[in-house]
Write a new protein. Sequence first.
Length: 156
Amino acid sequence: MGKATKTPEQKKYDKVEKKHETKRPVFKNCIKAFFVGGIICTIGQAISYFYIYYFNFTEQTAGNPTVATMIFLSMLLTGFGVYDHIGQFAGAGSAVPVTGFGNSVISAAIEHRTEGFVLGVGGNMFKLAGSVILFGVFSAFVVALIKTLLMQWGVI
């Protein structure tokens, strides 16, 4: 089947629509996402140094408690409605770091709390986050498999 051609009226409408379309400030949005994501990562690094300095973690072992702390903080800020404002301002800059994961989990829980704790909160909490966990675990498996094969073949 071929592509449907547009009528002259549809083409005229497309021109009018394009003329009145609101232009998105893509460069400005990228700058905001970059700086907010960088600030979030800087906070994460400060928390990591906190664990290293005060609790004698190493750089390797401080990662897990740092991630857990960042997720907890994003969940707390989401619960108080602060993280939504950060997300509106920064866009992907707040969604890409691990804090976006915590925000997605708690947002689903808040949205479904009227349905009860088991069916509402428990049943819907990991709807979005479940796919993130699944693909994260699968990606880690694939990378580990590739690394193992490369080590077996003497490449690395």
